[in-house]
Each structure stands twice: as structure tokens, then as C-alpha cells.
Design a protein around this ligand. Sequence first.
Ligand SMILES: [Ca+2]
Ligand SMILES: [Ca+2]
Ligand SMILES: [Ca+2]
Ligand SMILES: [Ca+2]
Length: 490
Amino acid sequence: MHRLLALAAVAFFSLPVLSQSVSFNPISLPKGGQVIGDFNGDGREDILSYYSSGHFQLQISNADGNYFSEPPVAVPNGGNVSGFAVGDFNRDGNLDLAVLSSAQNSNLFYIYLGNGDGTLRAPVAHALSFAPYSAIAAADVNHDGKMDLVFMNSPSNSAATFVTELGNGSGGFTAGPVSNSTYYNLYNLYTGDFDGDGKADLFSGTCGPGGCNLIVFYGDGAGRFGSPTSASANQSDWTVADVDRDGKSDILTSTMGYINSKDQPYLSVWYGASNRTLVAKQIPTTQCTFGQPAVGDFNGDHIPDIIFPEHNCTTSQTSSAEIAFLAGKGSRTFGSEQTLFNSTYAQQPGGATAVMRGNHDTKPDYLFSQTASTSGGGQAYYLLMNQTSGKFAACTAPNHPTGFHVCSPASGSTVYSPVKFSIGASGQVPMRKVEVWVDGVKKYESLYGFSHYAFLDASIPLSSGTHAIAVFAAGWDNSLQLKQYSITVH
Ligand SMILES: [Ca+2]
Ligand SMILES: [Ca+2]
Ligand SMILES: [Ca+2]
Ligand SMILES: [Ca+2]
């Protein structure tokens, strides 16, 4: 009797700890990469990687749960691949690929339309007004439902320019607005919505002897980018994610020493705000951070968490380094840490990180690389498959790169109030939210998802009778998908 009570007490008090901890199963991949998308429409994301001298390569998900390498694809102009962008440029439901290749004096970019089975059609070359370009990003920047491309031209001796190519929805593009900046030597280009106005913005950075400058260029909804807000940082590895789940994009960095400064035991975040400021805050960690952090609800409590590399603050090659998990507590605070993967400082775990859908469940998985051994030997790639038993979304996203999976209520069904809505959505851009509207009135908004997927679970009281249901899924650029149907409430 006493023994049973004691066990029950232990189980009760250990529950809060259990709800925060995570469990991952690592699988090895032939290759990694930071650009992902479901190119073969099986509900698992595939991985795009650079390949030597003018080639790129797709790692495609297999039916057995692993990945296989497609043959490397040669880019026609022979230049080195300098950027990828993913989107459904011809709106056939299959993901397509835009490739930027930096050949000498080439002003071409290439569109590879996807066949939906992991294979790509022959590339179609498009000419830009000038060359060279250093980065490419995809978003529907003018809200016409057709995916657009933004190119960054940042030569070393003049200020960076952003060139928008407006998509025609059939795989073609026409020259759009050009936005000039006053910033030199920008590198990396991310899209997000840092002021939460529903218009896609750009983020880029530049680093010099005095440190780095993080810059957000706000979109006007017509393809122009300007009104920059900048923040000084020591950090050169950054990621764009909604760290506090307020619907505005944020910038998260590790605190790697830059030039003569040392690595520090905290992460830095700049929170996006509707007044177009960036609100800086530090997130303490137990060890020194380096590399690129990643954000997602990895433990199933619907609060964003962080996975990041850290090491014991010495630079001895054999000293310990690890991939760590930091549980979000809400209100921009973070709690307990957990080690996910042990390594050494020499191996620099946490290269090429991405949060992705590696299997069919609703739990975010984590992709990273590291040097194969302490003595070198190329890169080793790992996908940490999330096995955590938390309260994740109840309804999976469809096994397709776009569309909805409505688990409840079914179209035409007769149900009791409150009505349980449980929906997963897939999109061609990173997803922000799912909304349920009833008879033309917005009833629920769910800012919950990861990568190209968003989810909604809600219990909504409805009056008796037949109701018109509209379900919206929105990407970070506010590109919308809509599903409409009716239900009857008893
Ligand atoms: Ca397509
Ligand atoms: Ca557009
Ligand atoms: Ca915006
Ligand atoms: Ca945010």
C-alpha cells in the first residue's frame, strides 16, 4: 500500500519534467543541406545541397524512411551554384526550384520545374538586367498568388541592390521593382515578416573588422524593400524564426567570437516588432554557443524551443561540444537544457542546420552536419527524428507539398457543439498559421507549425444549423490557401 502511494507520488511529481524533455533518434544521411522541400510529394521533406563545380544535388526521401541521392545536376552556364529558392512557380501543386549560378558575367538564373516525383524538368534560363547576383529568395511579394523571386546584388565596391522578378504563375517571370540600399558586402538573404504587416520583408547581414550588422529591409507589398532597421552584433551565423510565437519574424544567433573576441555562453535574439524596431535580448546557455541555432516546438507544449550547438568554452580541439535543446517557457524566457548529441570542438557539430519534416508525424525533426571525425574526413550528416511524446498537433499535414488534411470536422458532417477542428496544412513557402472562419467570421487563429507545415487544433462552440466553413493556411509572405465546405451542428 505504502509502496503504491510512493510510486504514484513519484509519477505525479515527475510529470512536469517529462513534459519538457525531448527524445530523438538520429539517422545518418548521405548528404545534407539547408534548403528543403517535398519534391516527390510523399509528405517527407527532401534536401537540396551544393555539389562540386557547377552542380547541385537532391536527397530524396525513400519509401523505407531513408534518403537516396539523385545524380548531381549540372547548371548550364557552368558557374558555381550560389543560391536556391523553392516554390511552386507554375502552380501545378509540385514544388519547383530556382537556381542562381555565379558564372563570369552571366546574368542568367534557371527555373527547374518539378515533376512531383523528385525529378526535375530541363532548366529554363531567365535573364536579369545585370550581373552578378549573390543571393536569391522566393516569396509572393505582391500578393497576387503567384510566387516571385528576389535577387540580391552586392558587389564588394558598391551598395547592395534588390531586384524583384514577378512570377506569372506559369513558371515565367517579368522584371519588377529594383530597390537600392546603402549597405555594402551583404551576404545571405532570408525572407520573413519582421513587422507582422503581412508583407514579406528581407533580412541580410554584413560583417567587417568591427563586427556584424544585421539588417531588415521592410517590404511594401509591391516588390520594393526599404526603410531598413539595423542592429550591431558580433555574430555571423544567424537564423530567421518566430522565437516568441507572436506572428512576427525574429533573428536568432549564436554568440561565436568574432575576430578577437571569445565565444560566449548565451544566444542572442532580435525580436521583430510592429513599429519596425528589433528588440535585442540574450538567452543564457550553460556553455559557449557557436554555429546556427534552430527553432521549433520540439517538446510538444506549443511554445517554441531552440536546438543549438555549444561547447565547453575552451578551443582545445578534443574538448567536448554538443547539440543541445533549450526548452521554451513562454514570454521570451527559456528553461532547462538537454544534451541531444555529443561531439568534439574539432568536429563543429551544428553545420547546415534545418528544422524539417523527416517522417509523417507532426513533430519537427532536426537536420545538421559535422566533421566526420576529430582528424577531419569530410562532413557527416544527421537527421534527428523527433520521438518525443508531447502534445503535438493531432492532425498530420497532407502527404503533398501543398493543401489541407482536415481530420475534423469532415465536409458535410453533422456534429455536436463545441465542434472539434483538427487540421494540418502544407505550403510552398514556410508556413505561419491556419485560421478557421465560420459564416464569414474569423473564429480561431493558430500560429503553430514548422518548416512548410502549419496546424490547428481548436474546440469552437457553434449554434445549431448548417454553417459555411472556410479554412485558410498562410505562409510567412501571407500567401493564402483556402478550403471551403459546410457542416451541420445538432
Ligand atoms: Ca510546380
Ligand atoms: Ca507574386
Ligand atoms: Ca512585413
Ligand atoms: Ca516573433
